[in-house]
Design a protein. Structure first.
Length: 261
């Protein structure tokens, strides 16, 4: 799968592999010791509990506590965006991180350009980031979230402003990553600094950039992780794990069948 990308990417060197647990090693550790966290995370009274509704969600919660890079792949309604937004807000609330970065590629005829929308960068990106912000509101009240945004503790990232930056001591969520090119993801992933958590979410079956004559980079990046046994955890959701509603799950199955002819 996507072997042409492996030919362009040299083997990894200069890394002390003894200090980096591979995803397979973490998986084996969990298998021998059990999950490091219960299916329900502790929650302050008055806020919506964060409960894993499927085994994959439970694995996802565990990865968010034990891995510094997580790729969550699967269809809509499986919690792949909601869960890390909740966990990020919790970590910021408990001062485990300094800030949260959220990003999402905006699919338009001018790639990653928000110039056609009025206002500052935050206002331009806001329509695409509503699901992330709504999830955070299940963890903290609106005033706290507004304060975080005003003080840049929650910051929107556009690909235009990533070059030259190093993201340290933070929680970074890249949503809808299937609409990033291979070059986009290379830029994003190589910005990761110390003490940061990266979560990349996407649905390989919902690629919008193809209409612009571009190829999604998410599938080849996932293939690289598996080919080179890299450290990021891979979480794969299926249509059966849609928790939005039974109707939504039924439609996911129908569209999947239709796409297969």
């Amino acid at each position: 799968m996507h072997s042409q990308f492996f030919e362009k990417t040299p083997p990894i060197d200069g890394i002390d592999l003894e200090k980096v647990l591979t995803r397979r090693e973490r998986k084996q550790m969990r298998k021998s010791k059990g999950r490091s966290n219960p299916r329900q995370m502790d929650i302050k009274e008055g806020y919506k509990p964060l409960v894993a509704k499927t085994d994959t969600q439970a694995d996802y919660l565990d990865s968010l506590e034990t891995a510094s890079q997580i790729f969550a792949i699967g269809p809509a309604g499986t919690g792949k965006t909601y869960i890390p937004a909740r966990v990020a807000a919790r970590k910021l609330k408990q001062n485990e991180i300094e800030k949260i970065y959220v990003s999402r590629p905006t699919v338009s005829h001018k790639r990653h350009q928000q110039g056609f929308l009025p206002g500052k960068l935050e206002q331009k990106l806001a329509p695409w980031l509503v699901p992330l912000l709504d999830a955070m509101k299940d963890e903290v009240n609106t005033k706290t979230l507004d304060d975080w945004m005003n003080t840049k503790k929650v910051e929107f990232l556009s690909f235009e402003h990533l070059r030259g930056r190093t993201l340290r001591n933070c929680f970074v969520i890249l949503d809808e990553a299937q609409n990033c090119t291979f070059g986009d993801l290379k830029l994003f992933l190589t910005r990761k600094g110390e003490d940061s958590i990266y979560v990349v979410t996407g649905d390989i079956d919902q690629v919008d950039v193809e209409s612009l004559g571009l190829e999604s980079g998410l599938e080849p990046i996932v293939a690289m992780i598996e080919e080179y046994d890299l450290s990021p955890d891979l979480i794969f959701f299926t249509e059966d794990e849609c928790v939005r509603s039974e109707d939504a799950k039924e439609w996911l199955h129908a569209f999947s069948r239709a796409s297969q002819g």
